[in-house]
Design a binder for this molecule. Structure first.
Ligand SMILES: Cc1cc2nc3c(=O)[nH]c(=O)nc-3n(C[C@H](O)[C@H](O)[C@H](O)COP(=O)(O)O)c2cc1C
Length: 148
């Protein structure tokens, strides 16, 4: 069984990292696409994100949910939003059957590292086997190869 790289990206930083990781791992690559894209300013997106966190929103997605059963490893990439995972990523995680899957996250950010948000995700989705998160800011190919 193979590896699935699944990612969300608003401005392309995480997309570039996800594409590189998928290439290195020879993985399938899927983008998380919210039904209502965040086509707005940074400030407005921060407000929208805070509202989603506060209301525990699960924004609808405009994409086919991948079949997790086809994979044994799932790598999930996203930008850190307000210290955590964007809620659209949580919509996807809720929809995936992660039972027994080896799962890890990689993030890009201004500076926040993923350690704390990874602990939260592990608590929210205990059915998965969580591995060390990867801070992909300024990622080199060597670092990506070493991770997992
Ligand atoms: C709504 C929002 C919230 C953000 N919150 C954080 C944060 O808490 N910590 C941080 O270091 N960067 C934060 N950022 C910066 C992004 O994580 C960073 O620019 C990221 O690399 C963008 O990835 P993308 O180009 O794939 O969308 C935030 C950006 C947005 C739009």
């Amino acid at each position: 069984m193979g590896t699935l790289v699944i990612y969300f990206s608003k401005t392309g930083t995480t997309r570039a990292v996800a594409e590189k990781i998928a290439e290195i791992k020879k993985a399938d690559l899927v983008e998380i696409k919210p039904k209502r894209p965040y086509e707005m300013s940074y400030g407005k997106t921060v407000l929208a994100s805070m509202k989603e966190i506060f209301t525990k929103a699960r924004p609808a997605l405009a994409m086919e949910i991948p079949d997790a059963q086809k994979y044994d490893r799932i790598l999930i990439g996203f930008p850190v939003w307000c210290g955590g995972a964007p809620n659209a990523v949580l919509t996807l995680l809720d929809a995936l059957d992660l039972n027994g899957k080896h799962v890890a996250v990689f993030t890009t950010s201004g500076k926040t590292k993923p350690a704390k948000l990874a602990v939260k995700l592990k608590k929210s989705y205990p059915e998965a086997k969580w591995h060390k998160p990867f801070n992909a800011n300024g990622m080199t190919e060597e670092e990506a190869r070493e991770w997992m």
